[in-house]
Design a protein. Structure first.
Length: 110
């Protein structure tokens, strides 16, 4: 379980309808919001290399948030809701958004 100050990663996998439109109408405004919250965009790819299993969709993003509190606060913020609605209702045919705690080797004991 992440502490309130441990980094958290958001992994996004989407089926984007039109990449140009998605970048202009959603990604650019979201990046501006994220920068205000100290979030780092670590990876973006329309073609991740799948080594096992399946990875549906055509857009993958990995973000690093300073903490779970920051991630949940931004995701639920009034500022983000219109963009989230735009993404869900107009720009993508579904996908997944997950938060993953940063790995702390001390959590293994030992």
């Amino acid at each position: 379980m992440a502490s309130t100050t441990q980094s958290v990663y958001m992994v996004v996998q989407l089926d984007v309808k039109n990449h140009e439109e998605y970048i202009q109408r959603y990604a650019m405004p979201v990046i501006a919001q994220l920068q205000k919250h100290g979030v780092e965009v670590l990876a973006v790819s329309p073609t991740p290399k799948v080594l096992e299993g399946t990875w549906p969709g055509n857009w993958t993003v990995i973000l690093r948030f300073p903490s779970m509190t920051v991630a949940e606060s931004w995701y639920g913020s009034e500022e983000y809701q219109p963009l989230k609605t735009l993404r869900i209702n107009e720009l993508a045919n579904g996908g997944s958004v997950i938060l993953v705690d940063a790995f702390d080797p001390a959590s293994l004991g030992g």
